[in-house]
Ligand binder design. Structure first.
Ligand code: NAD
Length: 280
């Protein structure tokens, strides 16, 4: 068996492809021969990366898509089928957090200042937004695109969980819960689709610096670590943040029929050892 990974002529649909992690995955899938559909709420961002891929000789198309709008996703599915063909691999990458669903403090105390955003003040709409974006935003594109994957040789789904799927981080109960739900849903899908040839696995990235967390990790200069960023580094045995390129190998392993045809329902940490470390 050759260890070279090829996704030649596979149609790979990537949601959140205008973002840091999924743009990287989209570009690498294209380099490995796939025809890539880059879906994002932010069409301009997705278009930029699709253009980069086509300029480098790959096949890609950008689509404006809200992962929470099933009807609109059905329309995108029709377009993708016409432009590139039926989906072989779906990467559910759109996701994120919101300050409205984030507590100011790690621990509740009896003497918090009055203006503290404690657990009791978290905004219901903010919690719904985060939970829906991550969980429903994984489930709905799967309902839509997996229809074309039934019975398709080598078809599979890659979800994006997080360290929160194993142990929740402080301050972000909605994001943590949603990522744990994604890990659970990954197992559910793996079982549900096991008779029709669609595998489903997830990656659980450790900490990478991206648009959605740069302000949580760094001061305004984007160089000096905030205490939370420092804590993350201290709890990552390898002592650094990850790079988006470091998620590619694990993703390719799970997505490749040659390499992982019997791997189904796993959540693969790619985290510099964070998940293995108790901090002591
Ligand atoms: P990012 O903010 O760079 O990208 C997220 C993308 O999703 C953006 O382009 C955004 O426009 C898009 N998006 C947001 N809402 C959408 C919607 N309703 N419909 C369609 N697209 C929408 O973030 P990222 O860090 O690249 O995150 C990618 C995935 O990886 C997310 O699921 C995130 O939760 C997960 N993740 C990130 C980290 C990290 O350290 N950055 C760690 C673990 C997991």
């Amino acid at each position: 068996m050759s260890l070279e990974v090829s996704f030649k002529d596979k149609v790979v649909v990537v949601t959140g492809a205008g973002g840091v992690i999924c743009a990287e995955l989209a570009k690498e899938f294209a380099k490995a021969g796939a025809k890539v559909a880059l879906l994002d709420l932010n069409l301009e961002a997705a278009q930029t990366y699709a253009d980069e891929i086509t300029e480098a000789g790959g096949v890609a198309k950008a689509y404006k898509a809200n992962v929470l709008d099933k009807e609109a996703l059905e329309e995108v599915r029709t377009q993708v089928n016409a432009d590139l063909g039926k989906t072989d691999i779906l990467v559910n990458g759109a996701g994120g957090n919101s300050p409205k669903a984030t507590t100011d403090n790690e621990f509740h105390e009896t003497d918090l200042p009055e203006d503290t955003k404690s657990f009791f003040e978290l905004d219901t709409k903010g919690i719904e937004f985060v939970f829906n974006l991550n969980y429903l935003g994984t489930l709905l594109p799967t309902q839509v695109f997996a229809q074309d994957m039934v019975g398709r040789e080598g078809a599979n789904i890659i979800n994006i969980a997080s360290m929160n799927a194993f142990t929740p981080l402080t301050k972000i109960p909605a994001y943590s819960g949603a990522k744990a739900a994604i890990a659970n849903f990954t197992q559910w899908l793996a079982v549900h689709f096991s008779h029709v040839g669609i595998r489903c696995n997830a990656i659980a990235p450790g900490f990478l610096v991206t648009h959605q967390n740069v302000d949580l990790m760094f001061e305004e200069d984007h160089e000096t670590l905030k205490p939370r960023g420092q804590k993350i580094i201290n709890n990552t045995p390898m002592g650094r943040f990850g790079e988006p390129s470091e998620l590619v190998g694990g993703t390719f392993f799970l997505a490749s029929e040659e390499m992982s045809s019997f791997v189904n329902g796993v959540v693969l940490p790619i985290d510099g050892g964070f998940n293995a470390y108790s901090g002591v």
